[in-house]
Design a protein around this ligand. Structure first.
Ligand code: SAH
Length: 248
């Protein structure tokens, strides 16, 4: 058909444009393929651990944030090659950036909504804060080691996150000036759940926290504050986090 011969060059041009666009996206984001592979691995782990976590499939919101945040910017240059490996990595000062699957799981268990205000204890690299900032209205994050917190704050600013407020301090007492929160995430292990954090949860609010002393097995715990103020607690997976330290 005559129209066919006319269309073919157009199709060829479109194909070329698509290849160019794809090519430049790859050039701008050389980690795109590794990040996509990591997402598949997280999905597979979610299925494998679903019986214990209650979440066989992570929400599209959470996986969308995991797909968007450039984890390679949050790991030391030395570990750039491993940025999208599904494992925790050292970030200096004896601290670690959590395993991506654990970040996804904890975010999933928080059940955040777009309008939420979320408190994080343990800013670390800032990666978890960035994931949350993609999903909620406002993130507050506290880090006890000054250079670690300052480094994360500078990076988050560089990446353009305007809805994350950071502070250096002991997160054990929460952040009363901004309380109450829709959700609280603690990314260091506490021997006991800090009472101030429970107090700073809104009714209906959720807290995800690894609980366990130095020589105990830690378990991820999901706590929900009911409308009447009572707390329901569910135990999730065994985990390994650095300890929640105290400033005195
Ligand atoms: N969420 C981080 C990983 C955190 S590692 C990330 O996405 O990279 C745990 C962090 O908690 C460490 O940086 C540690 O210094 C910090 N931390 C430990 N005890 C704390 C406390 N009492 N208050 C605030 N931060 C604390």
């Amino acid at each position: 058909m005559p129209s066919d011969t006319k269309r073919r060059p157009i199709l060829r041009t479109l194909g070329l444009v698509a290849a160019l666009v794809g090519g430049s996206a790859q050039a701008q984001d050389p980690y795109a393929r590794e990040r996509a592979a990591l997402l598949k691995e997280i999905e597979a782990m979610a299925r494998d651990t679903g019986a214990e976590t209650g979440r066989v499939i992570f929400s599209a919101r959470v996986m969308g944030a995991m797909a968007k945040v450039p984890r390679h910017r949050f790991v030391p240059a030395l570990y750039g090659q491993l940025a999208y490996a599904n494992r925790p990595l050292p970030i200096g000062h004896g601290q670690t950036i959590s395993q991506p699957y654990i970040v996804a799981l904890m975010t999933e268990l928080l059940d955040t909504k777009a309008g939420d205000a979320v408190l994080e204890i343990g800013t670390g690299s800032g990666y978890q804060a960035a994931i949350l900032a993609e999903l909620v209205h406002q993130v507050y994050s506290i880090e006890i080691i000054e250079p670690v917190g300052k480094n994360a704050a500078a990076l988050l600013q560089q990446l353009g996150y305007k809805n994350i407020e950071t502070r250096i301090g002991d997160g054990y007492n929460g952040w009363p000036e901004h309380a109450p929160f829709d959700a609280i995430i603690v990314t260091a292990a506490a021997a006991r759940v800090p009472p101030a954090l429970v107090a700073q949860l809104k009714p209906g609010g959720r807290m995800v926290i690894p609980v366990g002393g130095e020589n105990e097995v830690q378990f991820l715990q999901v706590m929900v504050k009911q409308a009447d103020g009572s707390i329901s607690t569910q135990r999730s997976l065994p985990v390994r986090f650095v300890p929640l330290t105290r400033s005195n």
